[in-house]
Ligand binder design. Structure first.
Ligand SMILES: Nc1c(C(=O)O)ncn1[C@@H]1O[C@H](COP(=O)(O)O)[C@@H](O)[C@H]1O
Length: 162
């Protein structure tokens, strides 16, 4: 796989520590991606251009993370038919429930596949993107199967005192 097939976008630089979890998964599975700061609120023209060009540039999945009034994933889903996976970034004021509800409650017709709040959600967004791409890519499917069975094998039978 050489072409960039996944776009990771986020509303702010401050989202990167969370969104890096998605990037780490894509790195581990050898999936080429790009990462960009795109904000519906602060850089609406950038959002528009990104969404407009997504299909022609060959993107197959967009992972979009934002916090608070998290309109980025939904607005991106409005602008392109490329599937959008939304990551609600955890916030200080409302613990990310604000982000979650902003991303989850899309009107009929423009879905966003919404993950859990925070780092686990971003990690799962990477895995969800991999699962979508693996449908058409047997080599990637093998890698993803191995990643999943390695994780299962790493889980201890019994808890230990820490
Ligand atoms: N929710 C959005 C959007 C958007 O949805 O377009 N743009 C920025 N933001 C969010 O604002 C939070 C605070 O951003 P700063 O840390 O830059 O103040 C971030 O979590 C970002 O995703």
């Amino acid at each position: 796989m050489t072409e960039i097939s996944v776009g990771i976008i986020m509303g702010s630089q401050s989202d990167w520590p969370t969104m890096k979890e998605a990037a780490d998964i894509l790195d581990a599975l050898g999936i080429p991606y790009e990462k960009k700061i795109v904000s519906a609120h602060r850089t609406p023209d950038r959002l528009w251009d990104y969404g407009k060009g997504a299909v022609d540039r060959g993107l197959q999945v967009i992972i979009a993370g934002a916090g608070g009034a998290a309109h980025l994933p939904g607005m991106m889903a409005s602008k392109t038919r490329v599937p959008v996976i939304g990551v609600p970034v955890q916030t200080k004021a409302l613990s990310g429930v604000d982000s979650l509800y902003s991303i989850l409650q899309m009107p009929r017709g423009f879905p966003v596949a919404t993950m859990a709040i925070g780092a686990a959600g971003a990690c799962n967004a990477g895995l969800m993107a991999a699962g979508i791409l693996a449908l058409q890519d047997p080599e990637l499917a093998e890698k993803l199967n191995k990643w999943r069975s390695d994780l299962s094998a790493s889980i201890a039978d019994e808890p230990t005192d820490v």
